[in-house]
Design a protein around this ligand. Structure first.
Ligand SMILES: [Zn+2]
Ligand SMILES: [Zn+2]
Length: 433
């Protein structure tokens, strides 16, 4: 493929991925498609358990749901040989560059969609353009379809030019939503001196690039299952143990935990289900929530307090309470020196008409959210490497995680040219100092 063909393929790939939106850990069609395109470029991707620690997958759906998603991917024409290699595990990793050379840089592209029903309004471009999600209740409403398309475009561009001096590793990560996937791919960044993740949008308009997000919040996602005892609500309520009351008390108690004076924190319960009949004491309730904080210490403290509230509320009503962590990411910040270099590269790029490729490049931006790219960033930084989280501005029609979320595809080609320049520069360093 030449550059113009890659440029034309970017939105096409994105639309295809968008139409096949798959939630975290069920990205069978997506992984197979990504790997097939990479193979078509003459690369040798590793897929599923070849690249993922199956036992470290957090917030994994049931085996039945995984099997159903895999069958659906099969029915939608996913490559059989690749599906066979993947087994029950999604995700892919590919190295580009000379096999004998060390890996200079790892980049993360996330694959997953959200459990959300996409808008079918004619004003919604994917609906009007015929590429809205064909999977009910699953939707690319965060832009990860664009990230994956960028990863594919990057692989293609790096194959067209001169051979890299050192290797670049592309991680196609499952299950970013709910910060569940990165921990299972941690081995893939060990010993690599540079790491970069990119997210589109996040409040920045098209033409803007921020190369070093700071303030990625530590987050813990948890499920709490309250178990009580059912009883007749009129004849013998004293024999019951009301799981619904315990869960409701916990919900209020969680939101009543104090904020911290020394930095941002968040606590949120997004789902509460329990009971089944008006006249029966509920014997089961499930509460799903999350804590976030700007430092890992605050995050640990907040989650410990949340645990106390959950267990305390359960004790009040004589209930059992099983708490499970279904996703976790640490706090993280981009390294300023790497962010500065990435910004310098971006400022040096020009369009074919000689204009700056980006209208505005900034080195630092406050994230105010979480991303499990933080798992990779912290690991690389702990080994003495440098990591950055960049935001590629894209003027959004509606915000992230909304049913009518839509991005401005004009951001993709400049973003890709920048990513290529980054890879070529870092892979050419004599020493990665
Ligand atoms: Zn998201
Ligand atoms: Zn996202």
């Amino acid at each position: 493929m030449d550059a113009q063909q890659i440029r034309a393929a970017l939105p096409r790939w994105r639309h295809e991925l968008h139409a096949h939106a798959e939630e975290g850990w069920t990205e069978f069609w997506t992984t197979a498609r990504v790997a097939a395109i990479l193979q078509g470029l003459g690369l040798s991707p590793r897929v599923g358990a070849e690249a993922i620690d199956r036992t470290a997958r957090m917030g994994l759906p049931s085996a039945q749901r995984l099997a159903a998603a895999r069958r659906r991917a099969q029915g939608e024409g996913a490559d059989e040989a690749l599906l066979h290699r993947m087994g029950d595990c999604t995700g892919a990793v590919v190295d580009i560059g000379p096999q004998a050379a060390p890996v200079a840089l790892a980049l993360r592209f996330d694959l997953d969609a959200l459990p959300l029903t996409e808008s079918h309004s004619p004003e919604h471009a994917p609906a009007a353009g015929g590429y809205a999600s064909r999977h009910a209740g699953q939707c690319h409403a965060c832009g990860h379809d664009a990230h994956t398309a960028l990863g594919l475009g990057l692989a293609a561009l790096l194959r067209t030019g001169p051979e890299l001096r050192r290797r670049v590793r592309l991680l196609f990560q499952p299950a970013e939503e709910g910060v569940r996937g990165a921990a299972a791919m941690l081995d893939q960044v060990r010993g690599i001196p540079r790491f970069l993740a990119v997210h589109i949008g996040l409040g920045l308009p098209t033409g803007t690039l921020a190369t070093g997000a700071v303030g990625l919040m530590a987050s813990t996602k948890f499920d709490a299952v309250f178990s009580g005892r059912a009883a007749h609500a009129a004849k013998a309520p004293q024999q019951g143990r009301d799981a619904l009351k315990g869960a409701a008390t916990a919900l209020l108690g969680l939101h009543d935990l104090p904020r911290y004076g020394d930095g941002e924190s968040r606590i949120h319960v997004g789902e509460l289900r329990g009971g089944g009949a008006r006249n029966v004491v509920a014997d089961r309730a499930v509460l799903r929530g999350e804590t976030r904080a700007i430092t890992c210490e605050m995050a640990d403290d907040l989650f410990a307090r949340a645990r106390d509230v959950l267990e305390g509320a359960a004790a009040m009503y004589g209930l059992g309470c099983r708490i499970s962590v279904v996703g976790q990411a640490p706090a993280a910040a981009s390294d300023a020196d790497l962010a500065a270099r990435l910004a310098m590269l971006a400022r040096s790029l020009r369009t074919e008409h000689g204009k700056p490729l980006f209208a505005h490049v900034q080195e630092r931006v406050d994230m105010g959210a979480s991303d499990d790219a933080a798992v990779f960033m912290r690991a690389v930084q702990a080994d003495g490497g440098r990591a950055a989280y960049a935001i590629l501005g894209s003027s959004l029609k509606a915000g992230h995680h909304a049913p009518n979320f839509d991005l401005d595809e004009a951001c993709l080609w400049p973003g890709l040219l920048w990513l290529e320049a980054v890879c070529r520069a870092i892979a050419s360093d004599d020493t990665t100092a």
